[in-house]
Design a protein around this ligand. Structure first.
Ligand code: URA
Length: 473
């Protein structure tokens, strides 16, 4: 009896080389013992591998692919089965394309079980961060697969987590990824895995995607078999979530259906509109196109584009920062508290809003959600750059005699300068397109200042609007 002992790793390649030699000498399957490295050597015959024989050995790519997968199966008979299949294929190739053939069926089921195990490994390995004093973060994980899939399953992690060092320990051995290269070593005791804070976040996510009204324990068990649970931090939550599900479903029933937020229909209508490539020739066309703008990410969360409004032949253009919560919902600029202050001061200084163009440097509302509230955030440089396309277009089509910049964002969008506002307020600067830009405070700043400073700022604001009125008169 010939005995072939395969190595712990790279064993498929070793099996393939030995099988080729044996088959070329037409050694029958019953004449070979295939041994894994941990098998005691004295139990079996010990004839060495013969030299390559005279016969040519043929194997199709499909067979080799199947054999590579079967090689990771935990069944100790896999090597002799594969060799028997290889020998049979030398004289009867057709059995490999007959799914009803019992030998092919058995090999196919083994390969399928290996593929499923690899898939579970990719889904269920949970890394724990280890202390690191080098430039790369370090992680370790313990995983108990059903088959011998360490080599077949870990290149996925090398691609996915190429910028960190990690090890995955299994009862079969250890895969170590260090500095971009992966090595395999014999099994070691299970590593110490410290608590990892990212697991709390992961548990929170898991708890939030759990739908108490759609419990399918059977499907859950088949997707996430119980044998993996002990190494998955999120599974600790499952018994309590299942127990609490009827109460939560009852509470949902009692609460009734919730209505979509006020902005939802507008968002839906907007995202269904096609985007045009043509450059608009009129203010009305520009407004229609701006309504579909996706130049920056603000369009995704905002309700709608807030386009400018007023007289298309205005002598004065007033530019604010960006719409706020009220403007976002109503789709009009300056309708919230700051807008009311602006409109009141305009009326006091003789500026007729019907004869002015009111707009913003950025046309979408930027905010952070806080519960049901949306907290205003100033747009950043990239939003201003993207939206300058619309502001420039508005300015070309309106060609105002003077532009009033409210606050730092508008001043930057119009002049390109981020210099502090205090020395610039009340002065006329040259805009990026060459037109005059008068700089003043943003009314929302006046609303936020303590009363004594607000009084002064309001007086300055009023004076600046008066100056603008005189300039265009
Ligand atoms: N603040 C702005 O800058 N613009 C608006 O439209 C409303 C508030």
């Amino acid at each position: 009896m010939i005995r072939v002992t395969l190595p712990r790793f790279a064993r498929f390649e070793a099996w393939r080389a030995a099988a080729r030699d044996l088959a070329s000498a037409r050694i029958p399957p019953g004449g070979v013992i295939w041994a894994d490295p941990d098998m005691p050597s004295d139990l079996f015959g010990a004839e060495p591998l013969p030299r390559r024989g005279p016969h040519q050995v043929r194997a199709t790519q499909d067979f080799l692919q199947l054999a590579r997968q079967v090689a990771s199966h935990s069944d100790p008979e896999r090597w002799s089965l594969l060799y028997a299949a290889l020998m049979r294929a030398q004289t009867d190739r057709r059995f490999l394309s007959n799914p009803a053939d019992p030998m092919l069926d058995r090999l196919s089921r083994m390969a399928k079980s290996v593929r499923r195990d690899i898939h579970k490994m990719h889904a269920f390995v949970r890394f724990h961060e280890l202390p690191s004093d080098g430039p790369r973060r370090r992680f370790a994980a313990w995983f108990e697969p059903e088959h011998l899939i360490l080599e077949a399953g870990t290149p996925f992690f090398a691609r996915r987590f190429a910028d960190m060092d990690w090890l995955i320990a299994t009862p079969e051995g250890v895969a170590r990824f260090t500095g971009g290269a992966i090595d395999y070593a014999p099994p070691e005791p299970r590593p110490h895995l410290p608590d990892d804070h990212s697991h709390d976040l992961w548990q929170t996510y898991f708890a939030n995607i759990f739908n108490p009204a759609r419990i399918k324990t059977q499907a859950m068990r088949s997707e996430m078999p119980l044998k993996y649970w002990k190494n998955l931090p999120e599974t600790r939550l499952i018994p309590d979530m299942l127990a609490d599900a009827p109460r939560r479903v009852q509470a949902m029933r009692e609460a009734g259906a919730s209505t979509a937020p006020a902005f939802a229909p507008k968002v839906t209508a907007r995202i269904r509109q096609p985007i045009s490539e043509a450059s608009p020739a009129t203010l009305a066309d520009a407004g229609t196109q701006a309504a579909r703008c996706t130049r920056c990410e603000l369009c995704h969360a905002a309700t709608q584009t807030v386009w400018g409004e007023g007289a298309p032949d205005a002598f004065l253009m007033i530019v604010g920062e960006a719409p706020g919560d009220h403007e976002d919902l109503q789709g009009r600029p300056f309708v919230g508290p700051a807008g009311q202050l602006l409109r009141k001061t305009m009326a006091e200084t003789g500026l007729d809003s019907e004869r002015i163009w009111l707009t913003n440097a950025v046309k979408h509302f930027r905010f952070t959600p806080r519960g049901r509230r949306r907290l205003h955030q100033s747009p950043d440089g990239s939003h201003i750059q993207h939206c300058r396309w619309w502001l420039d277009l508005e300015r070309r089509l309106i060609a105002p005699r003077l532009t009033l910049a409210l606050g730092a964002t508008a001043a930057y969008a119009l002049t390109g300068s981020r210099k502090p506002l205090t020395p610039r307020r009340g002065r006329i600067e040259r805009g990026l397109d060459g037109g005059p830009v008068l700089i003043t405070w943003h009314p929302s700043l006046i609303l936020r200042l303590p009363s004594d400073r607000a009084r002064t700022a309001l007086a300055e604001f009023r004076a600046d609007l008066g100056l603008a009125a005189n300039h265009i008169a």
